[in-house]
Design a protein around this ligand. Structure first.
Ligand code: SF4
Ligand code: SF4
Length: 93
């Protein structure tokens, strides 16, 4: 499935990615990672139920917002409190 299959307001199964369903435009809260606070423990990667977080080359996480549902588990589990949840309308893109 390609990004051409994304439909505004709907989510579609992307069978190429474990757990992956495109979120389209209905996410309410958006996580953002403060890389200065992040200790690269990668707990957030393990906890994300959507497999939306992956590790960069420096082992710090990055979020694929196509899959993130804004559940906040990553922010809740981060021992460094390096992830903030903000309303989509107020979050920096
Ligand atoms: S859980 Fe927090 S400290 Fe650990 S990798 Fe994720 S953002 Fe960084
Ligand atoms: S908010 Fe939820 S879905 Fe989004 S990256 Fe964090 S744990 Fe994953």
């Amino acid at each position: 499935m390609t990004e051409e299959n994304e439909v505004k307001g709907l989510y579609l199964l992307d069978s190429s990615k474990f757990g992956g369903r495109y979120v389209a435009n209905w996410r309410v809260l958006r996580p953002s990672i403060d890389c200065d606070k992040c200790a690269a423990c990668q707990l957030c990667i393990g906890y994300c139920p959507e497999a939306a977080i992956s590790a960069r080359q420096d082992r710090k996480p990055e979020i694929d917002y196509r899959y993130c549902k804004g559940c906040g588990i990553c922010a809740n589990e981060c021992p460094q409190k390096a992830i903030d949840m903000n309303r989509e309308s107020e979050a920096k893109k």
